[in-house]
Write a protein that binds this ligand. Structure first.
Ligand code: PRP
Ligand code: URA
Length: 206
């Protein structure tokens, strides 16, 4: 269930995002732009329902999106993707999943979880720019499932094969959408070539 989006604009913006010399303001802007373009591609086949509207000229049979969409950014870095997607899907609700990786063990540590109550029946997009070992994504998805979510898409900008494998093993029902699948992880658990620490680059903390 892995989809790597090959849209030229996404690839072009990701090239700028990867560049060491791209500083916080541009990094934040590009992350949101990429997330918005990814959302546009991901939602290409979401279900529609028939509706009738009055135009200024006549009555018209047309369609609107029928499922609710919930965005769940994994804090911190996932926050950088929210506004870009909300620009495309302004009616989406937003939950928050607070997780960080223990820098030595690389295991995820949960510190916050708050979701809207419409998880069952909604399309839930878990957002995180980085899928490294897959520990954080797996933990977030498990938490969402325990709260009733069943239609979950994991949306990450850069992924490592190790993380994809982990999520596919633990959550085979979850679709994984990436803008790029990189080579692997280094000894510190960073994606290679990747783009460095997404949270630090987004929020200027290093
Ligand atoms: C980063 C990233 C992911 C996680 C990926 O967050 O944003 O959440 O690491 O790594 P994994 O796939 O090996 O779990 P980090 O733990 O650095 O927290 P932060 O966003 O608060 O900086
Ligand atoms: N988290 C990041 O922010 N970057 C990586 O390369 C791996 C985990």
């Amino acid at each position: 269930m892995l989809k790597v989006l090959k849209h030229p604009l996404i690839t072009h913006k990701l090239t700028q995002l990867r560049r060491k010399k791209t500083y916080t303001k541009d990094f934040r802007h590009l992350t949101n732009e990429i997330a918005g373009l990814m959302a546009y591609e991901i939602t290409v086949d979401i279900p529609l329902q028939e509706v009738k509207v009055e135009t200024p000229v006549a009555e018209c049979n047309t369609f609107q999106v029928c499922d609710e969409i919930v965005l769940v950014p994994i804090l911190r870095a996932g926050l950088g993707m929210v506004d870009g997607i909300l620009r495309m899907v302004p009616t989406a609700k937003v939950g928050h999943m607070g997780l960080y990786r223990n820098e030595e063990t690389l295991d995820p540590v949960t510190y916050y979880a708050k979701f809207p109550d419409n998880l069952p029946g909604s399309i839930v997009m878990v957002l995180d720019p980085m899928l490294a070992t897959g520990g954080s994504a797996t933990a977030a998805i498990a938490e969402l499932k325990s709260q009733g979510a069943s239609n979950i898409k994991l949306v990450c900008i850069v992924g490592a094969p190790e993380g994809v494998q982990r999520v596919e093993t633990d959550h085979p029902d979850v679709e994984i959408i990436l803008a790029a699948l990189d080579d692997g992880l280094n000894e510190k658990g960073y994606i290679v070539p990747g783009l460095g620490d997404a949270g630090d680059r987004l929020f200027g903390t290093k």
